[in-house]
Write a protein that binds this ligand. Sequence first.
Ligand code: CS2
Length: 480
Amino acid sequence: MTASIRCLQRQRPRPKAGILHFGLGAFFRAHGALIIEEAMLRSGGNWGIIGVSLKTPNICDRLAAQDTVYSAVELAPKARNLAVSEIITETIFAPEATDLLLSKLVDPDIKILSLTITEKGYCHIPSTGRLDLHHPEIITDIERIKQGAAPRTAIGYIVSGLQRRKAAGLKPFTIMSCDNLPNNGQVTRSVVVELAEQLDKGLASWIDNTACFPATMVDRIVPATTEADIQRLYDEHNVQDKAAVFHEPFCQWVIEDKFVGGARPDFTTLSPVQLVADVTPFELMKIRMLNGTHSSLAYLGYLAGYETISDTVADATFKKFVTELWQAEIIPSLVAPENTDLAQYADQLLARYQNAAIKHRNWQIAMDGSQKLPQRLLNTIAQNLQAGRKSSRLLLAVAAWIKYVGGVDMAGQPIDVRDPIAPKLQALSEAGGTSSEVVSRFLELGEVFGSELPALIKPELIDAYNRLETLGVQGAVENV
Ligand code: CS2
């Protein structure tokens, strides 16, 4: 045990920080953080990462208690690989250290501000990608920044930080979104500039003209760490680590090479990273093929009684469903990125989903569907409509989402629905009525479905919802 605890001590000097990262969830610790560390170990530079948490102190406390060193455990189907990361230099729980955080934002050594704050962290309207000016936290942040107080959202902190940098005559930092949003660079630029416009038009145009918002496509399957994972690491490897992350072997990061003053870690020799001029084909491929099928399997699989993605695709009906979904409905909507074969990409995804060492819960993926549906499923459906292609499987997945967010499963058991608009969704469902009435009410959610799609998909979506009700999930998936 002593030997394992020793492996969580720093072996190298603490790096100097050049990156401020918002969102210390398992995904970032098992993806961006590890890649940046590898780049720095190979090529040098001051790219230590200050980790910021906005909502809960838990991960900050856990990391701080172990000198911000943590284990990253790779779970292949038949092997485990343990690594230790020392790249995080300190953690900041924003609500309790606002002055410290604001001082870091104005530190000229901080060149990059990166984000894994999940879709809802952008406070945007999912169907349009614009800042939601009616969002209660945005309304509060505008007032707070006007009064010189610290904001509360990541977007508010970015604007406050840039405001202070401009006032101090400094360059802006690069703002790099690492969330699964389409055009994540552009969405981040929009919400930041639109928030700045509410405060000072000069600031907004300075940001727009001088800051960089590279788009990125990020990919690695990293389920949220559970207490059971932590216990198992201790029992089987004698490592006591309350901030450990558990991830699959696969890793990919496609980055638009646009950084303020070109300042970034040297990613050029790292195999998971591709620096490109246009991330769009990569991000469309990933969001539609991976995240789109993840969400489809999560809603349908959960309702069919399966716990994880690997359990779901172990059922031959679901395996066939997802394979056909790729072939017939998603791949035809895409332009393959350079040197990529989409059929092979689909085969690789299936193998990743089948990795039973990764316990990725359907319930976790099902979270925040109102924020995920447009880019994962609805845009693909819209494109198929334009091309005269059917989207029967995608529509069945949307119907399963409607059923899921109603909060009661097929056996009448309650579902713990997590979504920023969960109460609204539940109310839409509880108003009851025929399939047609339920579906019609959901289609009025403009922030999810937009304005044009509802009329175009209504009859088929009602039919899909009906089939879920009458055939059951298994039957509907089998007969799609
Ligand atoms: C998942 C993603 O939870 C989810 O919504 O679809 O976290 C997915 O595992 C990653 O994007 C994979 O790169």
